[in-house]
Design a protein around this ligand. Structure first.
Ligand code: B12
Ligand code: SF4
Ligand code: SF4
Length: 304
């Protein structure tokens, strides 16, 4: 029996989506990922860079954790403009990069306010898509990204351990029905990271993996200059998706960098007060100064 039946209602009232599960399923969450590794579907490159971090157990510092809360917050595409050699160069930051920390803080403060009774929350270092699909919050698209009917795939996921006993919505992972006769994402993926031989994306081929790396790591040969479509990440498999017809209409203007700021980034300089200033400007957008000039240079080259 749940202690707090309406505890999550405050998050829903804000228009966000939320679900929960019991911590008793943590071994099954681990198995969802580890099974793929045993089957040779997860490369060591991806595992060692990202997936080794997941902690599929109740945190030692939080033995009272009983449930996991998974939340989905809609996010628009962010427009970013660079002023460069007298021109305004517009590019985009895909959803989920900007305001990542703000989303977590907002969910935590909403839940704390709503409970008012000593709720404890701790961010879960776990695969959020797996948790969201396993609690019925989302369905997978064929592009391996998750979808909420009202948000499409333009949403950020986050998860928290809590000491509250909440409904256990553990269920089978599902794929969107419309994917069965679509396949647009697989056809259009520039690097062929989505393929017919398996459901899981070939993460080592995904453009995002390569343009999230620091500037001094060159793009691999299979990434040709015309593939770049954002200052970081890649929007192709989400933009072509019919399930995003509504979501993709939402775009907000996030920032405009002056000639002086753009020139600084293009020089690859990392020192002095200007560097500090740039870090402060870029951080809320989810961009590291270390991505420059590489990621901007490839977009500028496309315009020549
Ligand atoms: C590592 C990582 C990456 C890596 C590797 C991706 C990967 N597949 O592992 C790279 C850098 C490539 C990447 C790219 C992107 N990422 Co990323 N990434 C992550 C991270 C840190 C972990 C992902 C993960 O759990 N991988 C483990 C694999 C095994 O899990 P999975 O991909 O969910 O795969 C499951 C399914 O394939 C399923 N499955 C297997 N077979 C079958 C068969 C069927 C029929 C079904 C239904 C399911 C199924 O089993 C797997 C395990 O549950 C999360 C943040 C987090 N902490 O969760 C963000 C996250 C997943 N990324 C996110 C985003 C937005 C992206 C990009 C869209 C960014 C962009 N715009 O450029 C791209 C999308 C690429 C793609 N097509 O998937 C969002 C997703 C939000 C959403 N709407 O779903 C997350 C959740 C970040 C966030 N907090 O919001 N990412
Ligand atoms: S583009 Fe088509 S196949 Fe791919 S996720 Fe969207 S609906 Fe599914
Ligand atoms: S994000 Fe881009 S490169 Fe990665 S799977 Fe989607 S379309 Fe392919």
């Amino acid at each position: 029996m749940a202690e707090c039946k309406d505890f999550l209602e405050c998050v829903r009232k804000k228009g966000y989506k939320v679900s929960s599960m019991s911590v008793s399923h943590l071994d099954e969450v681990r198995e969802d990922v580890e099974r793929l590794r045993r089957d040779g579907l997860l490369s060591n490159e991806i595992y060692d860079e990202y997936l080794f971090r997941f902690k599929y157990r109740i945190p030692e510092s939080f033995p009272a954790a009983k449930s996991i809360i998974v939340a989905s917050v809609p996010q628009p595409v962010c427009e970013l403009t660079f002023n460069w050699e007298g021109r305004r160069i517009r590019t985009i930051i895909p959803p989920t990069y900007a305001k990542a920390v703000d989303v977590d803080m907002e969910i935590v403060s909403m839940l704390e306010r709503c409970d008012g009774n000593g709720v404890h929350l701790m961010r879960a270092i776990l695969p959020h898509k797996t948790l969201a699909a396993r609690t019925g919050l989302v369905k997978y698209g064929r592009n391996n990204i998750t979808y909420v009917p009202e948000f499409g795939s333009y949403h950020r996921l986050t998860s928290f351990f809590t000491n509250r006993e909440l409904p256990d919505n553990w269920q089978k992972t599902e794929v969107m029905e419309r994917c069965a006769d679509c396949g647009a994402c697989a056809r259009k993926c520039p690097t062929k990271a989505i393929s017919d031989d398996r459901f899981l994306v070939h993460a080592e081929r995904c453009l995002t993996l390569h343009n999230e790396r620091p500037n001094d790591v060159p793009f691999p040969k299979f990434v040709s200059p015309d593939m770049h479509n954002a200052i970081i990440g890649c929007m192709v498999c989400q933009k072509v998706c019919p399930a995003n017809a509504e979501a993709k209409k939402r775009m907000v203007s996030c920032a405009e960098l002056s000639e002086e700021e753009t020139e600084f980034l293009m020089k690859g300089d990392r020192s002095g007060p200007m560097a500090k200033n740039m870090v402060e400007r870029l951080e809320p957008l989810g961009l590291e100064i270390d991505l420059f000039p590489r990621n901007l240079q490839v977009l500028l080259d496309q315009m020549r």
